[in-house]
Design a protein around this ligand. Structure first.
Ligand SMILES: Nc1ncnc2c1ncn2[C@@H]1O[C@H](COP(=O)(O)OP(=O)(O)OP(=O)(O)O)[C@@H](O)[C@H]1O
Length: 278
C-alpha cells in the first residue's frame, strides 16, 4: 500500500478579489517582500488590488505596476539554500527579475501562488508560479518540485502547457509559463455545464495528452478541471505537474495522491508507507 498525498481542491482564484473582496491574512502579508514599484516598495496584495480597481475605473495607469523582484544576490546568507534547488532552479540576476511586472493574482494553489506578469523585454504576458522555499523543505517536496520542472521542460505537446522558464530567488522558486486566461473549471462554473459535443472534444484531447505522457513514462496524478487550461482557440492545455512522476518501463508508483475532492472514497481513506516503485 502506498502513502497518501492529497491536496485541497478549489483555488482562491484571482478573480474573487476583483468582485469586491480584499485579500487579507498571513499569506498576503508575506508577499510584501516580493515586489517593489519603480522606486517605492509596495505594501502587499491589498494595495495591488486597490491599484487595479482604480485602474479599471479610470482606464489609465495611476502608478507603475509592481515589479517581481527579490533582494540582491549579495544579501543571500546561506549558499546551501541555493544549491539544494539547482540545477532546475538557476539563480537569476536581479536585473533579469526586474523585467517582470506583476499584473495580478491568478490563483492561490496548495503549493504556490500563481501571478500574472508582464515580461517587459519580450512584451508578453506570462503566468509565474511562486513557491516559498521554506514550504518546499517543510513539506519535504524538494524532489517533487524539481521533478515538476524537469518533466515540464521535457514535454512538447500542443495540449500540454510547456515550461517557459524557472529560477530561484532568495526565498522563492519561480516557474513561468505562458498565460491562459481561462481554465476548464472556471468556464464550467460560468456556463453551468457543457454540451455533449464539447465534452467529447475535451475528453478526446485529454486522452491524447495522457497517452502521450504515459508513452513517455510520465504519470500526472492530479488531473482535474482546475489544472486544464484553455488556449485562445479553446484547446486544452494540461498544467500543474507538481504531483507527476517519471517511471521506468514496467514500474509503478504506490503513493495514493491527487486532490481530495476529486478522489474516490477508497483512495482518500487509504494510507501507507511512502512512494515505492517496483
Ligand atoms: N499558465 C497559467 N495561466 C493561467 N492560469 C494558470 C496558469 N498556471 C496555473 N494557473 C492557474 O493557477 C492554478 C494553480 O496553479 P497550480 O495548479 O500550478 O498550483 P498548485 O499550487 O500546484 O495548485 P494545486 O496543487 O492546488 O492544484 C491552476 O489550477 C490554474 O487555474
Amino acid at each position: 500500500m502506498g502513502a497518501v498525498s492529497c491536496r485541497q481542491g478549489q483555488h482562491t482564484r484571482g478573480s474573487a478579489p476583483q468582485k469586491g473582496g480584499n485579500i487579507q491574512g498571513p499569506w498576503a502579508r508575506g508577499w510584501k517582500s516580493l515586489w517593489c514599484g519603480m522606486g517605492t516598495i509596495r505594501s502587499g496584495l491589498e494595495e495591488l488590488w486597490e491599484l487595479q480597481r482604480h485602474q479599471c475605473l479610470h482606464q489609465e495607469p495611476l502608478q507603475p505596476a509592481p515589479v517581481l523582484v527579490e533582494k540582491p544576490l549579495s544579501e543571500w546568507p546561506v549558499p546551501q539554500f541555493i544549491n539544494l534547488f539547482l540545477p532546475e532552479f538557476p539563480m537569476r540576476p536581479v536585473r533579469g527579475q526586474q523585467e517582470l511586472k506583476i499584473l495580478g493574482l491568478v490563483a492561490k494553489g496548495s503549493f504556490g501562488t500563481v501571478l500574472k506578469v508582464l515580461d517587459c523585454a519580450q512584451k508578453a504576458v506570462f503566468a509565474v508560479k511562486v513557491v516559498p522555499k521554506v514550504k518546499v523543505l517543510q513539506r519535504d517536496t524538494l524532489r517533487q518540485c524539481k521533478e515538476e520542472v524537469s518533466i515540464q521542460r521535457q514535454i512538447n505537446h500542443p495540449f500540454v502547457h510547456s515550461l517557459g522558464d524557472s529560477w530561484q530567488g532568495r526565498r522563492h522558486l519561480f516557474i513561468m509559463c505562458s498565460y491562459c486566461s481561462m481554465d476548464l473549471y472556471s468556464l464550467w462554473s460560468a456556463v453551468g455545464g457543457f454540451p455533449e459535443t464539447s465534452i467529447r472534444l475535451f475528453a478526446a484531447e485529454l486522452v491524447l495528452v495522457l497517452c502521450y505522457l504515459h508513452d513517455m513514462g510520465i504519470i500526472h496524478r492530479d488531473v482535474k478541471m482546475e489544472n486544464i487550461l484553455l488556449d485562445e482557440r479553446g484547446h486544452l492545455r494540461l498544467t500543474d505537474f507538481g504531483l507527476s512522476r517519471r517511471l521506468s518501463p514496467g514500474s509503478r508508483a504506490y503513493t495514493i495522491c491527487g486532490t481530495l475532492q476529486y478522489m474516490g472514497e477508497g483512495e482518500a481513506g487509504a494510507g501507507g508507507e511512502g512512494d515505492a516503485e517496483k
